[in-house]
Structure formats: structure tokens, C-alpha cells
Unconditional design. Structure first.
Length: 456
């Protein structure tokens, strides 16, 4: 998909939104899961905290039985990451009791780290514990009146929170990557499926141009059905315009030929009168020029017809048989090597007129042989091109002579029949089709005429 295409724009915009939505969703889910994990961890810490506060609030309990009901073996393992600490804060020298896991270390105070009391009367936060451990700690001040003031701390290894969150993020990331791939593939399918009718219209128009169809056929979605209807209406209008142009050209031809015939007849009646001879000469020139320009107008009108295609090989073969009969008295041999797949984007009559002029000219000047070759080329980035090469073994032409005969009505030898318009007509008609005529030297010794035309 090219960057300027509608499909690419739809795909990129859809993909961008998918990525943005998935990233935002992933961040939100990760944050929600981390908060949920922290709350669960905090509930566990608060359970131990309430147990310790209850123990502190019952000073009549024998010392050897205090703090034995927490039920967590990690509080007994040295530097396990799970600690509790009770500090009496109303005496000159604070009394500290702590879990065995804390060993001879002390827990920092959240109050010193700027943590505020919550509505429940506790502080929560992360601190650095013994051995550089990252701890999640809950802290609560307890005022027992005459029995003293205490600060109770319970801390747990925050690695559990981080590991749980990291594991969730890995699973979430993998799931979203898989989901992204599925969504991108789904987007590609949707774009291709949604734009398929446009591709069908494009292919149908190409078929019309190549002559395989005359109209856009089939059902189209509501959004582009008007485009198909208007395109068909444009094709119909084009055909009507061409038919009217043909009619006008034919009427003009008849309207001009009749007065010319009267002029010629009147001039011929005066016999050897120099004035009559001059009128006849100019009338012939006028007739040739009128025929030439009417032919150009006819071809220009016909070129507007969409979808006309001509098989080249049969037309060239028919032309070969005709020219061999015309030049049978001179024994001219015409050889043909034509690509059977060659097709001309135009009408057969025009192809026969252009190729016929070239072959007839070659037969007039050839010593004994004329060679016709038909090639199809497919340049990169362009449509197929048709090459019709006509070689003869005559005397050939110099560069200056080739330039001269290409001009309308110019002839090098008045002994040969014709008006001198043949090559110029070929050049004009080829140009109308977007083609060209190239004159050069033939490998068999004479002139090479290479006609380049649009193919299919």
C-alpha cells in the first residue's frame, strides 16, 4: 500500500488509534493491578498491626506470652524482610521491642519521612530496611494514657508487590502484543474488504479502455453506486458525441467534394487554356489537402471512442497478401514476423491505413524484398507499446532525405505514383494515437520505418 493511497491512510489511522488505545489501556490496567496488590499487602500488614496493638493494650498479659500470636514464621527468621517494632515514646530513653527477624537493627519512622496520618490513624509508605531491603511499612501511634504512649511499626518485603506487578505487566504486555497483531490483521482485512468495490471499479474501467468491456457492470455499494452510474452516463455521452462528429465529418466531405468536382469539370472543359490548367492543378492540391484534413478529423473523432482494440497479426497478414498482389509484376517478396499476442489500442481501419502506407512505400522502393516485424514492449512504469517495423532492400535515404520526406507532400522522385502525403499522414495519425514514426537504415540495406503505437 502506497503512502498516498486511501487504503494506506485508513490502515495507518486505524493502526495509530489501536496502538494509542492499547497503550492507555495497558497503563491503566497495570496501575489498577498495582494498587490492588498494594491494598492486599496493606490489609495483611494491618492485620499484624492490629494484633500488636491489641497485645500492647493488654499490659496484664505475662511478658513471656506477649507477641506470640502473630502466626507468621518470617518474623522469626533473621533479616527475612518481615519485621515488627514497638517503641515507647513517652520515656526519656525509648523502650524498643522488636521481632527476632530484625535482629539488632531498627526500623525507620514513617513520620520522619513525611508520611501523614490517614483517617484510620495510621501511616503507610515505603522505606529502606536492613540490608538495603525495600519495605512496605504501616505505622500507628498508640496512646494508652497512664500506661504510656507507643509507636507500632509492621513492615513487609515490598519485593512481593513488585514481583507480582512485574509478572502481571509481562502477561499483560504479551497479551496486548498478540491482540495488536490480531487487530492489525483485522484492520488490513477490513480496509481491503471495504475498498474492494473501488478496486472493482478500477479494474472495470481498465477493461473498458482495453476493449474487454463496454460499461461498468454489477452491483456496487450505495456510497459509490452514483460514481458507477455517472461513469456509464459519461461513456454513453462520449459515444453520442463521436457519432455526431462522424456524421458532421461525412457531411462536410460531401459538401466540399461536390463544388470541387464542378470546378474540375468546368476547368477540364476549357482544354489547354493555361488558366484552366492552373485551376486543375490547384484543385488537385485542394482535393488532397481536404482529404488529408478530413481523414485527420475522422480519426480524431474515432479516437474518443473508449475500448477499441485490434488484433495486429491478422491485419498485417491481410496487408501482406494485398501488397503482394499489387506489386506482383515486380516480384516483391514480403516476409512477416508478427507477435501473435500483439494488439493495437485503436480501430483496424486506422492500423491498416498507417501500416499500409509504410508497406506500400517500401514495396515501391524495394529491389526485391520487404520485411515486416511486429513487436510488443512493456516498459517499466508505462503501458504496453506496439512496434511495427517495415524494412526494404532499396537504396535507402540519407538523414536529410528522411527529414524531407517526413514533411507533408514532399517527394524525392516524381516518377513514382502518389501525392507525397503518405508518410506525413502516417506521422499525423500516429501522433493522434500518442505514437510516432521513426525513419532509419534497414539491416537489409534500404529504409527502415518504425511505427510506435499504444498496445494492450
Amino acid at each position: 500500500m502506497r503512502g498516498s493511497s486511501l487504503a494506506t491512510r485508513l490502515f495507518l489511522s486505524a493502526t495509530a488509534w489501536v496502538v494509542v488505545i492499547l497503550v492507555i489501556t495497558g497503563v491503566v490496567l497495570s496501575s489498577v493491578y498495582r494498587d490492588a496488590t498494594e491494598r492486599a499487602f496493606d490489609r495483611r500488614l494491618n492485620l499484624y498491626l492490629r494484633t500488636l496493638v491489641a497485645e500492647v493494650a493488654t499490659p496484664d498479659e505475662p511478658p513471656d506470652r506477649q507477641f506470640q500470636s502473630l502466626g507468621e514464621p518470617l518474623f522469626e527468621l533473621p533479616l527475612s524482610g518481615w519485621y515488627w517494632q514497638i517503641t515507647r515514646t513517652d520515656s526519656d530513653k525509648p523502650e524498643v521491642r522488636a521481632s527476632r527477624s530484625l535482629w539488632d537493627k531498627k526500623l525507620p519512622k514513617l513520620e520522619d519521612h513525611g508520611a501523614d496520618l490517614t483517617a484510620a490513624g495510621i501511616r503507610l509508605g515505603y522505606v529502606e530496611g536492613p540490608e538495603g531491603q525495600n519495605l512496605r511499612m504501616v505505622e500507628r501511634p498508640v496512646d494508652l494514657g497512664a500506661d504510656g504512649k507507643f509507636l507500632v511499626n509492621v513492615a513487609g518485603d515490598a519485593t512481593e508487590i513488585f514481583d507480582e506487578t512485574r509478572s502481571f505487566d509481562y502477561y499483560l504486555g504479551g497479551t496486548f502484543v498478540a491482540l495488536s497483531i490480531v487487530l492489525v490483521l483485522t484492520t488490513i482485512f477490513q480496509v481491503r474488504f471495504g475498498l474492494a468495490p473501488l478496486k472493482r471499479i478500477s479494474d472495470s474501467i481498465a477493461d473498458i479502455r482495453s476493449g474487454r468491456a463496454e460499461r461498468l457492470e454489477g452491483e456496487f455499494p450505495v456510497e459509490i453506486a452514483p460514481l458507477a452510474r455517472e461513469t456509464n452516463a459519461l461513456i454513453d455521452a462520449n459515444r453520442e458525441i463521436v457519432e455526431r462528429a462522424r456524421t458532421h465529418v461525412g457531411n462536410l466531405a460531401h459538401a466540399i467534394k461536390t463544388p470541387l468536382s464542378v470546378i474540375v469539370n468546368e476547368a477540364s472543359a476549357h482544354g489547354a487554356d493555361p488558366f484552366a490548367a492552373k485551376v486543375l492543378e490547384q484543385a488537385d492540391v485542394m482535393r488532397d489537402q481536404v482529404a488529408h484534413h478530413l481523414e485527420r478529423a475522422r480519426i480524431a473523432a474515432r479516437l474518443t471512442i473508449i475500448g477499441t482494440v485490434t488484433e495486429v497479426a491478422p491485419a498485417i497478414e491481410a496487408l501482406r497478401r494485398t501488397m503482394e498482389k499489387i506489386h506482383r509484376s515486380r516480384g516483391i517478396v514480403i516476409e512477416v514476423d508478427a507477435n501473435a499476442q500483439a494488439k493495437f489500442r485503436g480501430e483496424r481501419q486506422d492500423l491498416e491505413e498507417m501500416a499500409g502506407n509504410l508497406v506500400d512505400n517500401a514495396c515501391k522502393w524495394a529491389a526485391s524484398r520487404v520485411f515486416i516485424e511486429v513487436l510488443v514492449e512493456r516498459p517499466v512504469g508505462a503501458g504496453p507499446m506496439l512496434r511495427i517495423i517495415v524494412d526494404d532492400d532499396g537504396r535507402g535515404l540519407s538523414a536529410a532525405e528522411r527529414a524531407q520526406v517526413s514533411r507533408r507532400g514532399q517527394r524525392l522522385d516524381e516518377s513514382k505514383p502518389g501525392s507525397g502525403l503518405g508518410l506525413s499522414i502516417v506521422i499525423d495519425l500516429a501522433a493522434l494515437y500518442g505514437g510516432s514514426l521513426i525513419l532509419g537504415s534497414a539491416p537489409i540495406g534500404g529504409l527502415r520505418a518504425e511505427l510506435v503505437l499504444p498496445g494492450v
